[in-house]
Unconditional design. Structure first.
Length: 93
């Protein structure tokens, strides 16, 4: 149990055809991630995000919230946008 409580992971991520929310489908995603284990579930932080949506490229960061939702803060040509996922089943594990 202590091993899982103290678990930590970091690395790079790459993906294609990601449906983050019904309003946010990304053709491709790249960035770095960090995962820290907490008693109420893992906490994720993503940095250096580069997301392609239609013909636009967004840059930004993301992190899970205490309730398990993932929030992405992105910028495209000075325009800021925030996407929030639904509650994650990972938060309750």
């Amino acid at each position: 149990m202590q091993l899982l409580t103290n678990a930590r992971a970091e690395g790079r991520l790459h993906g294609r055809s990601i449906a983050f929310t019904p309003e946010a489908d990304f053709r491709s995603v790249a960035g770095c991630f960090e995962m820290l284990s907490w008693l109420d579930g893992p906490r994720w932080k993503v940095t250096g995000l580069e997301l392609l949506q239609n013909s636009d490229t967004y840059y930004g960061t993301g992190a899970t919230q205490i309730d398990g939702r993932m929030v992405l803060d992105l910028v495209n040509r000075g325009r800021q946008i925030r996407y929030t996922s639904g509650a994650s089943s990972l938060a309750s594990q």
